[in-house]
Write a protein that binds this ligand. Structure first.
Ligand code: HPA
Length: 276
């Protein structure tokens, strides 16, 4: 898919199609990561659009990622769930990877809650940990903003606080009130699709990474460029490579995602309820 195939005109066409039958303006958009897609079932008065029906929406190819945009009420707010994230490792260009974020922004969403599955590097980031992302390291060095600056944001957007500190504080307080244990940490993005080597994980640890994964950072860069407030939440699904005897398998990632789903759902509910 050439870069030019995902344009502002595609975003407008997808918005027009959605607006034919769905008038709600989502306050919060939620990106659902590996194994977390089922959260969209919790939406009330839901209206789902298969992403393959939306002009310009790139095709997702990963097991555990369903391609739908689900509008609905969730904790008293109009939200949209992005079920069907696209990844750089699938072979999509960066501008396609961030198409869903540009779409929900064009639909009116001004807050983005990004979830993902990640490997734990910090000794306290054990499988089952819920980690608020406080910062990231873009180890791919790829940017969704490369190329002509046509979408109205700054050419050189600030990235000194991509994850909204105030929203993160509120979310953490909400978790505490719910009795849900969380941590904070730095997320490092690798392109994938191979998992990391042991030496890479040791290197990432020295660089200051607490968790590692293959998503999120492009969406966050795009969202910050568009002026959206971002909250990042990783589910640690496994020990990163070399930190445990077992080799890494995607099924474990999905299994731990399922195990933690209840706590994650309660946390996401309170975060959306108190998004303010
Ligand atoms: N590495 C990269 N991506 C991941 C991992 C990991 O260990 N776990 C879940 N997504």
């Amino acid at each position: 898919m050439p870069e030019t195939s995902v344009t502002a005109a595609d975003v407008r066409a997808a918005v027009a199609m959605i607006r034919e039958t769905e008038p709600r303006v989502p306050e919060v958009a939620l990106v659902l990561g590996s194994g977390l897609g089922a959260l969209a079932e919790a939406a009330e008065d839901a209206r789902a659009f298969p992403t393959e029906d939306l002009p310009g929406y790139p095709r997702s190819t990963v097991a555990g990622h369903r391609g739908r945009l689900v509008f609905g009420r969730f904790e008293g707010r109009d939200v949209v769930f992005i079920q069907g994230r696209v990844h750089l490792y699938e072979g999509h260009p960066m501008r396609a990877v961030t198409f869903p974020v540009r779409l929900v922004h064009a639909l009116g969403a001004r807050r983005l809650l990004v979830t993902n599955a990640a490997g734990g590097i910090h000794p306290l980031c054990v499988p089952g940990t819920l980690m608020f992302i406080t910062d990231h390291i873009n180890f791919t060095f790829a940017s969704p903003l490369a190329g002509p600056n046509t979408d109205g944001g700054p050419r050189f957007p600030d990235m000194s606080a991509p994850y909204d500190p105030a929203w993160t504080d509120r979310a953490e307080a909400a978790a505490l009130r719910q009795g849900i244990a969380t941590r904070r940490g730095v997320y490092l993005w690798t392109r994938g699709p191979s998992y990391e080597t042991k030496a890479e994980i040791q290197a990432f640890k020295k660089l200051g990474a607490d968790a590692v994964g293959m998503s999120t950072v492009p969406e966050v860069i795009q969202a910050r460029y568009l002026g959206m407030r971002v909250l990042g939440l990783s589910t640690i699904t496994n020990y990163a490579a070399g930190l445990h005897a077992d080799p890494l398998v995607h099924e474990d990632v999905l299994r731990v995602g399922r195990l933690i789903r209840g706590a994650l759902e309660r946390l996401v509910r309170s975060v959306v309820r108190e998004a303010a």
